[in-house]
Design a protein around this ligand. Structure first.
Ligand code: OYP
Length: 577
């Protein structure tokens, strides 16, 4: 099989020889001057081939390549992957255009049932469940926990000053004999706040302006009904034109308010949780690993399988999805300038801590929410990854001083912190490694983000977005200001048109479907490590993943809505899509 990541070292006479067999070597393990010279030459060559570039200011740096064609052969898709990737979207679009729907620009659907007309060959059990249940409040609440953006919900101990919900307004949603004040104190009130969307410029599609809101949504963990939304405000500034929508309002007004929240969810989920916080974060690790670590370095060998295909998929994303004439510009409300400004807003507040799941849940006060499968499974997987990384690192680094003295490793983290995560004062990653613990955490973050976290955001996207009213990619009318004036016609004219609907379905199907050439988490097809001790650590990791697999399967048996996005067999080792 072709190597998907460079793994060779220079030998005498400048002959490159693949180095799949052989012991991992830190700089200080290589003693002969010849081997040291090879090490240096390899890095010089790689630094000439893999260069940083700022794709845009205010976001992480990426690989210097205009398109995927500029990438070195070593990091390109293989033929099978390429033809599958290019064929799959064509297939999906063909499915839809057969019905002559994909070209109906500007045509609204006549009624909600009409969305079913493109629900033909492209469907899945969860997308069908979604179609049946999307209007239900408890389903809305469920998606905050286990949908495609499970990192947004936070505990609310005190109402935000710009969200004047009163006890009277929500009394009807609460359990008997309690009050909003008591429930706030008890930690049963939660908030999703899309302030980050405020002021983001909106797209214009075929001459028609699209719209964005920055909603606030209050939720309550009801003892019987589970998590339910109890109040929604579709803007950050309270006022007469920004009423607070409640479940007891006219049903269409409440429904449209929820649709607006879900529309913000599409933007935040795709651009921030998915693109920025997985794809672009992992690209930084990818570039610095290629630039700073020779292929014999143990950290190179450890990370390489988790960086496969990421450079190429990101290049394709930049050129075909996010570019000035890309898919976002054609169908999404944040297409054009908006997506960049939204990403820049998030990058300003992105922290290294928030990429570590224990800290993330703790900071959001989300540790005791019931039925939060994403939390339960991602923590189990974090533990497994952390103990695997810890086992591997300990084979090659015995003392903290080994870490401190590894100049290649120090150059690597410096590249990550200073070049990759440039201009992000609050990120909180030091520019040098002081001990083994810091190294283990950093490597765990890299592997967790490229596998588990990417799976959590990517793999459900068709399930949650295929029924487009549940997660619309754009809105064609401004948010409602008058609760009594909401009509079904207004909802249909607001939701994506026929053509936008088709593209949302096609692309989310293309990206969310199981990848035919997927290598699951913990499966190392290319034997970078040949030492038997390393093999033992890998085997233990595989065993733990198998136990997690069984646990998840058992726990999901008979569930009306299973949560299987984090089933280890369905998590890829790296971001390949
Ligand atoms: C690259 O042939 C990627 O046009 C997806 O991007 C789709 C293409 C190219 C187009 C292929 C073609 C992968 C990397 C990424 C990412 C994260 C954000 C994903 C957002 C998906 C949004 C769906 C849009 C629906 C309207």
């Amino acid at each position: 099989t072709a190597l998907t990541f460079p793994c060779y070292r220079w030998l005498i006479g400048n002959v490159k020889v693949e180095l799949r067999e052989g012991t991992a070597m830190r700089l200080s393990d290589d003693t002969s001057t010849q081997l040291l010279a090879h090490r240096k030459a390899e890095l010089q060559e790689r630094q000439a081939v893999y260069r940083w570039v700022a794709w845009a200011p205010g976001i992480p740096k990426c690989i210097d390549a205009k398109t995927e064609a500029d990438l070195h052969q070593d990091v390109r898709f293989d033929n099978e992957k390429r033809s599958d990737f290019e064929g799959s979207l064509q297939y999906a679009l063909l499915e839809l255009s057969l019905k002559k729907l994909a070209i109906m620009f500007g045509k609204s659907w006549d009624n909600l049932d009409d969305f079913k007309r493109c629900f033909w060959k492209l469907r899945s059990p969860i997308s069908e469940y979604c179609m049946e249940h999307w209007k239900e409040d408890s389903f809305f609440g469920y998606q905050c926990l286990n949908g495609s953006n499970p990192r947004m919900i936070q505990c609310c101990k005190k109402l935000p000053g710009n969200f004047p919900v009163s006890g009277d307004m929500v009394q009807g949603s609460l359990a008997p004999r309690t009050t909003l004040e008591k429930e706030l104190k008890a930690g049963n009130i939660y908030l999703v706040d899309y302030a980050i969307m405020d002021g983001v410029p909106t797209n214009v599609i075929r001459g028609k302006p699209q719209y964005i809101a920055a909603p606030l949504c209050l939720l309550y963990e009801h003892p019987d009904q589970g998590l339910i939304p109890i109040a929604i405000q579709l803007g950050q500034t309270p006022g007469l034109d920004t009423p607070i929508f409640l479940p007891k309002n006219p049903p269409l007004a409440w429904l449209l308010a929820k649709i607006w929240v879900r529309h913000s969810e599409f933007q935040v989920f795709q651009l921030l949780s998915h693109l920025l916080r997985t794809h672009l974060v992992v690209e930084v690790f990818c570039v610095s690993t290629l630039r700073q670590l020779p292929a014999v370095h143990p950290v190179y060998k450890l990370l390489a399988p988790h960086l496969r295909y990421t450079l190429e998929i990101n290049c394709r994303g930049r050129t075909q999805l996010l570019s000035a004439d890309g898919i976002f510009k054609r169908v999404v409300s944040t297409g054009g300038e908006g997506l960049l400004i939204l990403a820049q807003n998030e990058y300003k507040v992105l922290t290294y801590r928030s990429l570590q799941p224990y800290q993330d849940f703790q900071q959001r006060g989300a540790s005791k929410l019931r039925n939060y499968f994403y939390r339960e499974y991602s923590l189990m997987l974090w533990d497994a990854i952390h103990s695997f990384v810890s086992g591997m690192v300990s084979l090659y680094y015995h003392y903290d001083s080994d870490v401190v003295e590894d100049t290649e490793l120090q150059a690597w983290i410096k590249d990550i912190a200073e070049e990759g995560f440039v201009d992000v004062p609050r990120f909180g990653l030091a520019r040098e490694l002081h001990n083994k613990t810091e190294l283990i955490t950093l490597l765990s973050v890299a592997i967790f983000t490229s596998s588990v976290q990417h799976a959590a955001t990517n793999n459900g996207q068709f399930d949650w977005c295929a029924w487009v009213p549940n997660t619309p990619c754009t809105m064609r009318h401004p948010p409602p200001t008058d609760k009594d004036a909401v009509t079904m016609e207004m909802i249909m004219d607001t939701l994506p048109d026929v053509s936008q609907t088709c593209l949302e379905m096609a692309i989310t199907w293309h990206l969310g479907r199981p990848q035919p050439d997927a290598i699951p988490l913990g499966q190392y097809r290319e034997q970078y490590f040949t030492e038997s001790q390393a093999q033992e650590v890998i085997d233990k990791f595989k065993q733990e993943l198998k136990e997690i697999e069984e646990h998840i399967l058992t726990q999901n048996e008979g569930l009306e809505l299973p949560y299987l996005f984090l089933l280890p067999s369905r998590i890829e080792n790296s971001i390949t899509i």
